[in-house]
Design a protein around this ligand. Structure first.
Ligand SMILES: [Cu+2]
Length: 503
């Protein structure tokens, strides 16, 4: 950070003198300059488009189109297709997303201030709904919504001049508007200032959204939209780029040590505001609210629903950096978590080492593919004990292992062992009861006394509990056996949840 403090020290006197491009309050503020050069009465209008029309390069998240690299206003043609598609929002959980360009968030659009944008909105013939688009970067009725109402199999066109530089959200505004947005109909449009943005090594496109389903978090199968939960602002999922796996595992964002990283971060909502944070990094700069001014040395930046921010930092040491909404139950219990893997040489003076990923991230670090496989096998009626054991192993990591330890041996005097535990002889009903309703007070395991508290873990679904316990019974020399989803459902229905426990 020293480098940046130095830059700040230089920037302050310049700012006080009222000049200099290092003034953080002037960097993107190009509208006055535009007024001077264009002679036009409308700020940001640099005159008619020059040269041949250009087809805009649109990218799917997390990719960002290249800088426009232009020095004169152009006519830019944008062709955006609306598609309603079934995609995975979590392992083994599908959702019918309504999209701009086939992805959530929609395609990234990049133009330059002063450009004339000819916008074509095409609604795929397979769509069931009409849609339109409201771009926050448009000056005019509805941000374009008034001109783009488009039935399935139709196309609409309108033209606007991008008068204001900044990072803007676009979204569908067809009634019921909240539902269209909740189904994933949002994206970002960057209007570059005339001189462009400073070059960086990596640019990424990340957008948060909240999702409302009639099924529980991670309950396998197709998840239908739940209007009442949406009205109650009580999301089942809070996701970056529309899926728990969009930016984790093999899909993690990648950078190298010593690179400058810029993230265009949006929040589609429809309801929640995001406390956007990268665990283990400090934003050197944040263009808060996607606007003209930047703040420096920021830990967490607030991104309103229907708003955006540009964040920049330099990577200093290798490791996994975790993007979260710092409203932490959203990160660890609703999916608002993404990973940026930074590779390169360690720098022990800046950070000493010791990777703590697995316990901190729990099952987010592990692949949940076996869980989805087990769910598919269950649906097909072919679920075996082996499927359950594999799924249970993935779920045990980070759910039970934090206390009972990955090897099941527990911790002397605090957490009783599951490995070789004589408690398992009490039978399936007793074990399910412990997981759903917790356990407290004196208990003796293998002749050792414990008097501690295990919290109820009733947020787990019936098949998750069944798989975890089947894994426990078949591991570490325990006697084997199987716990079924139906057994768990029976105990859940037959016992009262303690106050404060999940369902
Ligand atoms: Cu729509």
């Amino acid at each position: 950070m020293k480098r940046h403090l130095l830059a700040l020290a230089i920037a302050i006197p310049l700012a006080l003198a009222g000049c200099g491009r290092d003034n953080p309050n002037a960097t993107l503020d190009t509208r006055d300059a535009a007024k001077d050069t264009s002679g036009s009465a409308t700020p940001g209008d640099f005159g008619p488009p020059q040269g041949e029309p250009i087809n805009a390069i649109l990218t799917s998240p997390p990719l960002v189109p290249p800088a426009t690299g232009r020095t004169a206003p152009a006519k830019v043609v944008v062709n955006l297709e609306v598609k309603e598609v079934d995609m995975e929002m979590s392992e083994g959980v599908t959702y019918t997303f309504w999209t701009f360009g086939g992805t959530v968030p929609g395609s990234f659009i990049r133009v330059r201030q002063g450009d004339t944008v000819e916008f074509h909105l095409n609604n795929h013939p397979d769509s069931k709904m009409p849609h339109n688009i409201d771009l926050h970067g448009v000056t005019g009725p509805g941000g374009g919504a008034a001109s783009t109402f488009t039935a399935p199999g139709h196309s609409s066109q309108f033209t606007f001049k991008a008068l204001n530089a900044g990072l803007y959200v676009y979204h569908c505004a067809t009634a019921p508007v909240g539902m269209h947005v909740a189904n994933g109909m949002y994206g970002l449009i960057l209007v570059e200032p005339p001189e462009g943005l400073p070059a960086v090594d990596k640019e990424f496109y990340v957008m948060q959204g909240d999702f409302y389903t009639t099924s529980k978090y991670r309950e396998k199968g197709h998840a239908p939209f739940d209007m009442q939960r949406a009205i109650d602002e009580n999301p089942t999922y809070v996701l970056f780029n529309g899926s728990e796996s969009a930016l984790t595992g093999d899909n993690a964002l990648k950078a190298n040590v010593g690179e400058s990283v810029r993230m265009y971060v949006g929040n589609g909502g429809p309801n929640l505001i995001s406390s956007f944070h990268v665990i283990g990094e400090i934003f050197d700069k944040v263009w808060f609210e996607g606007g003209t001014k930047y703040q420096e040395n920021v830990q967490t930046t607030l991104i309103p629903a229907g708003g955006a921010a540009i964040t920049e930092f330099r990577t200093e040491v290798p490791g996994s950096y975790v993007l979260v909404d710092h409203s932490l139950f959203r990160a660890f219990n609703k999916g608002a978590l993404a990973i940026m893997k930074v590779e390169g040489e360690p720098n022990l003076e800046i950070y000493s080492g010791k990777e703590v990923d697995s316990t901190y991230l729990g099952d987010k670090a592990a692949s949940l593919a076996p869980v989805a496989d087990a769910a598919a096998a269950f649906a097909a009626g072919t679920l075996t004990k082996e499927d359950q054991v594999k799924a249970g192993e993935a779920l045990f990591a980070g759910t039970c292992s934090t206390c009972h330890q990955p090897d099941g041996k527990g911790m002397a005097g605090v957490f009783p062992p599951l490995a070789g535990s004589d408690y398992l002889a009490k039978g399936n009903e007793a074990l399910v009861n412990v997981v759903l309703n917790g356990l407290s007070g004196p208990v003796t395991v293998n002749g050792q006394d414990y008097n501690s508290v295990m919290p109820p873990m009733s947020q787990l679904t019936d098949d998750e509990v069944a798989n975890i316990l089947t894994y426990v019974k078949n591991s570490w020399g325990n006697g084997g056996g199987q716990v079924t989803k139906e057994e768990v459902a029976r105990v859940r229905a037959g016992t009262e949840r303690s106050e404060g426990a999940a369902h």
